[in-house]
Design a protein around this ligand. Structure first.
Ligand SMILES: *[C@@H]1O[C@H](CO)[C@@H](O)[C@H](O)[C@H]1NC(C)=O
Ligand SMILES: *[C@@H]1O[C@H](CO)[C@@H](O)[C@H](O)[C@H]1NC(C)=O
Ligand SMILES: *[C@@H]1O[C@H](CO)[C@@H](O)[C@H](O)[C@H]1NC(C)=O
Ligand SMILES: *[C@@H]1O[C@H](CO)[C@@H](O)[C@H](O)[C@H]1NC(C)=O
Ligand SMILES: *[C@@H]1O[C@H](CO)[C@@H](O)[C@H](O)[C@H]1NC(C)=O
Ligand SMILES: *[C@@H]1O[C@H](CO)[C@@H](O)[C@H](O)[C@H]1NC(C)=O
Ligand SMILES: *[C@@H]1O[C@H](CO)[C@@H](O)[C@H](O)[C@H]1NC(C)=O
Ligand SMILES: *[C@@H]1O[C@H](CO)[C@@H](O)[C@H](O)[C@H]1NC(C)=O
Length: 905
């Protein structure tokens, strides 16, 4: 009963059954497993109440001034302590004593300036120590002496002027020493003596002001494998000296990015002859020339980075000696020589012939003119070449363009963004091994005859998206049946209604992208036989008509038979109808995008076969209800759902099932509180769907009936009251009429009775003249017509009231000549009207005729005479016309009303 009461109160007060969820937000450390995150909490104290068994404590971005050992004793299980980004100026030697398990200590961005031998004396287990962004200036004695397990030491941005961190051999296990952004000018021999037993994987001295390398400086390091000197203003000569100092070392990787090395000559890398260097980074140097034989001494280099330089000319022997290079990066390496508008950087023919081992060549973003006959000749191991945005004049690809790659076992060719407008037949016939061809973002504008792809016997992927205008024919892909991935996004291929379909030879196709083409017309054979297709992109087309019931020939079921389809994108197609069996048989569908359409009602069992669906997008449609009969199968195994921005109807019928499903599901639904809002009913408008309370919907069936009956009773009652109030007179009047009829007061045959008058005329005294003027002439014209006029026909001596009653009885009809004067007449009001109406009730509703000489509103008529126009037949209500020409018509109407004539029109 209580529930019913509350339901009523909701009904009457228009309240939404909401269950607001409130969450408290207390700023506190977040403890997850054994890690406590206390970052960004403005702490000035170490939290004293964390679990004692934490192994990680993050105190970064706070306002700590000290890390008192006593306060950390409680957390003696700590392995990682991160105290970065505070104002710590002192470190107690007891800290490590109290944290015997500590391995990682981070104190970056603090205010440490002193470093004593005692500071880390007890940190014997430490493997990583981060001290960057403090201001030590100088390190004396041996603060790191006991850090036998240390692998990483970061002392960048510390104001150091020397690399010397100790006076005796130590740090045997150090692998990375980071000393970037310090004030180191000179590398002296003795400055690395303390690393005499160390095998350093990486020594980073970037962003220092190094100028001098004293002989033997690197030799004093046990072993040095990697050296970074990025952003050091070296220039040509110091670089040469550096390389001489590296001679004989075990250095494998050298990074010299942004070192103002604008030129290299055959002497520059001489010192590297006696090394096994495998990686060299020379990027961002403003390098303008690579003299012949510059790389002669780099016979072990496998990875060479030359990106972002200004080379105007690559000579035929610039790369001589790079016989082991596998990976060469020439991105934005070759630029237009300055002050020359029309010339292009040049690559001499056969320049790459020395790179016998080259597998990956990146040449994107260069401003070359075109591909010369022997540009790539000799690259006998090349697998992948990126020529994206490399050429200014590559408009047409002919059967000669790639001849220099004929002997390369090329697998990937990237030609994006080159303004290519035409591909001639056989253009790729040299590249029989090619698997991936990227022609996207060009200006190709042609009909694809299929000859373009001749010779691509092993092709797997052709990327043609974002081109100007492609016309497809039945043979467009006939020569590449091995194709698995075909991308045709935004290529203006509107006409796909060809038969047989352009895709019919592609039996192994797994991905087909036809999006953004404004396609409006396809037939149900377009994808026929593509039963390996897994991904189909058809978003941003114009396919709405194809699924309409009204489509001539019925809906086009173009997805028929795609039994391996996993991902289907149909967003933004204007769909407002969807055939019930359109997804039938697509039982492997995992992802469906149907967002940004106009879908409202989805047919029952639409998703009948989609029980393995993982992701469903239906955002921005016109969906109002989410019912089990439609969505039940699709929601079974769903991982993610997007139905945001739909106009949900928050009633039990439309949403109860969805709301209860939401309650129990683990499916990821983004922005549920903000983007899933009720649209109807009005009182819930803009309320989040997740607050919809389903409890009143549950077993509501008997109650619903109760509710319906009560509501209808209430409304009936209200209706009756209103009816009586406004139309009571009519009911009373017709009630009287009906009663008289039922009780047998039949219309008497007045003909038999003695009827002296055609009509008794009721009028006001003041209107007598009008009556005489207009009624007497009528009597004269028609002798059967005789009005009873009080002044003329009342017998003298008979009391007036009696005379009236008698006269009314002797008249067939009663005419009221309605004017304002009549309404004022007291006798008329009480008596004549009563009798007239009585007679009308007893005999015939036609028996009263109202003639309005003036415009009298109905309420005045009712107020004064208790008459209403609505009581009488319309042909019994006449108006005296204002225009003379219509007076004749008035007389005719009056005759009709008097029953003198049949109703004329
Ligand atoms: C260390 O603990 C003492 C006593 O519990 C407290 O007064 C002090 O503020 C704490 N210091 C820090 C930096 O947490
Ligand atoms: C750590 O301590 C918390 C309570 O302080 C306890 O719930 C948790 O199980 C402990 N973890 C381990 C690994 O002992
Ligand atoms: C501590 O938190 C900061 C900021 O949230 C984060 O950058 C840092 O990686 C964390 N440190 C550790 C050891 O997790
Ligand atoms: C270079 O490698 C070879 C073979 O691995 C080795 O014998 C030689 O000592 C190395 N040279 C240097 C300078 O480390
Ligand atoms: C480079 O070093 C080798 C010995 O490792 C030597 O035989 C060769 O002549 C040197 N090359 C040049 C050009 O100095
Ligand atoms: C290239 O095309 C031209 C005609 O455009 C033809 O004469 C020539 O034989 C073709 N060359 C090859 C290798 O197919
Ligand atoms: C081709 O190069 C462009 C630009 O670097 C890149 O975005 C694209 O992914 C590349 N294509 C392939 C197939 O790797
Ligand atoms: C299609 O794929 C199958 C299996 O991977 C392969 O045997 C067949 O040769 C392929 N068809 C073509 C035309 O490449």
């Amino acid at each position: 009963m209580e529930r019913y009461l509350s339901y009523w109160s909701y009904f009457f007060l228009g309240l939404l059954p909401l269950q607001m969820v409130c969450t408290e937000s207390v700023k506190d450390c977040v403890v997850r497993q054994e890690a406590a995150d206390c970052s960004h909490l403005k702490l000035t104290q170490i939290p004293p109440d964390l679990p004692t068994n934490i192994t990680t404590l993050n105190l970064t971005h706070n306002q700590l001034k000290r890390l008192p050992a006593a306060n950390l004793t409680r957390y003696n299980q700590l392995i990682i302590l991160d105290g970065g980004f505070n104002s710590i100026s002192k470190l107690e030697p007891e800290l490590c004593q109290n944290l015997p398990l500590l391995k990682v200590l981070n104190l970056q961005h603090n205010e440490l300036s002193q470093m004593s031998d005692a500071m880390f004396a007890h940190c014997i287990g430490l493997t990583e120590l981060y001290l960057q962004f403090n201001s030590f200036q100088k390190i004396s004695n041996n603060p790191f002496k006991n850090l036998k397990d240390l692998r990483i030491l970061d002392l960048s941005h510390s104001g150091l002027s020397s690399t010397k961190l100790g006076t005796q051999v130590q740090l045997e296990n150090l692998q990375e020493l980071l000393l970037t952004n310090n004030k180191i000018h000179t590398l002296k021999k003795e400055d690395f003596d303390y690393l005499g037993n160390t095998s350093l994987r990486q020594l980073d001295l970037s962003s220092n002001q190094l100028k001098e390398f004293i002989p033997g400086c690197f030799q004093s390091i046990g072993r040095l494998y990697g050296l970074s000197l990025n952003n050091v203003q070296l220039g040509l000569e110091p670089t040469e000296k550096l390389c001489l100092q590296l001679s004989g070392t075990s250095v494998l990787s050298l990074s010299l990015s942004n070192t103002q090395l604008t030129k290299i000559s055959s002497m520059t890398f001489r010192g590297l002859n006696q090394t096994n260097l495998t990686a060299l980074d020379l990027s961002r140097n403003g390098l303008s020339a690579i003299a012949n034989d510059s790389f002669t001494y780099l016979s072990h280099v496998e990875w060479l980075g030359l990106e972002y330089n200004n080379i105007g000319h690559l000579y035929s022997r610039s790369f001589y000696g790079l016989s082991k290079v596998k990976n060469l990066n020439l991105k934005r390496t070759l630029t237009k020589p300055k002050n020359t508008m029309f010339s292009f950087p040049k690559i001499d023919d056969f320049s790459f012939q020395w790179l016998k081992c080259l597998e990956y060549l990146n040449m994107e973003d260069n401003s070359l003119s075109g591909i010369t006959t022997n540009m790539f000749t000799g690259l006998t191991n090349l697998k992948s070449i990126t020529l994206s945005s490399s050429f200014a004049n590559l408009q047409t690809l002919t059967n000669a363009t790639f001849s220099s790659l004929a002997h390369s076992p090329l697998l990937i060719l990237n030609l994006t963004r080159n303004k290519i407008s035409h591909i001639e037949s056989g253009a790729f016939s040299w590249l029989g091994r090619l698997e991936v061809l990227d022609l996207g973002l060009n200006e190709i504008n042609q009909e694809l005859t299929g000859q373009e792809w001749n010779g691509l016997e092993n092709i797997v992927e052709i990327y043609l998206s974002y081109n100007k205008y492609l016309t497809l024919t039945s043979d467009s892909f006939a020569s590449v049946p091995s194709l698995k991935r075909l991308m045709l996004r935004r290529v203006a291929c509107k006409q796909l209604d060809v038969s047989p379909s352009p895709f019919h030879p592609l039996r192994n196709l797994t991905i087909l992208d036809l999006s953004n083409n404004n396609i409006a017309n396809i037939n149900d054979e377009m994808l026929k036989g593509l039963n390996k297709l897994e991904i189909l992109d058809l978003q941003h087309n114009n396919l709405a008509r194809l699924w309409k019931r009204a489509n001539p020939g019925g809906p086009v079921l173009f997805l028929k038979g795609l039994s391996h389809l996993h991902i289907l994108d149909l967003e933004s197609n204007g769909f407002d109808e969807i055939p019930a069996d359109v997804f039938k048989g697509l039982s492997q569908l995992w992802v469906i995008y149907l967002g940004l359409n106009n879908l409202n009602l989805l047919p029952d069992s639409l998703f009948h076969d989609q029980t393995s669906l993982k992701s469903l997008s239906l955002q921005k449609n016109l969906i109002t209800s989410v019912e089990k009969s439609v969505f039940g199968p699709a929601f079974q195994n769903l991982n993610s759902l997007d139905m945001s921005f739909n106009p949900f109807d928050c009633t039990c019928e439309s949403l109860a099932w969805f709301a209860s499903w939401l309650n129990g599901t683990h499916t990821a639904i983004k922005d549920l509180p903000s983007h899933y809002l009720c649209n109807t009913p009005p009182q819930y408008h803009a309320t989040p769907v997740m607050f919809f309370d389903i409890s009143p919907c549950k077993d509501s069936a008997p109650f619903k009936l109760f509710f319906v009956i009560n509501t209808s009773f209430l409304f009936t009652l209200i209706f009756v009251v209103l009816l009586v109030h406004f139309q009571g007179w009519r009911i009373a009047f017709y009630w009287n009429v009906t009663i008289h009829r039922v009780l047998g007061f039949k219309e008497m045959d007045r003909q038999a009775e003695k009827l002296d008058y055609s009509a008794y005329v009721v009028h006001a005294q003041e209107d007598a003249r009008w009556i005489w003027k207009h009624f007497c002439p009528m009597e004269e014209k028609d002798h059967s017509l005789r009005f009873c006029l009080e002044e003329r026909d009342f017998e003298a001596g008979i009391p007036e009231l009696e005379a009236i009653v008698n006269s009314i009885k002797r008249s067939r009809k009663i005419i009221f000549v309605v004017t304002r004067n009549l309404l004022k007449d007291p006798l008329c009001k009480r008596f004549k009207v009563h009798h007239a109406v009585q007679q009308a009730i007893e005999q015939n509703l036609d028996s009263i005729i109202l003639i309005f000489l003036e415009d009298i509103p109905d309420y005045k008529l009712n107020h004064a005479l208790c008459l209403r126009r609505g009581m009488f037949r319309s042909h019994c209500i006449l108006y005296w016309p204002a225009q003379k020409e219509r007076v004749h018509a008035f007389y005719q109407k009056l005759q009709v009303a008097l029953g003198m004539r049949n109703r004329a029109h």
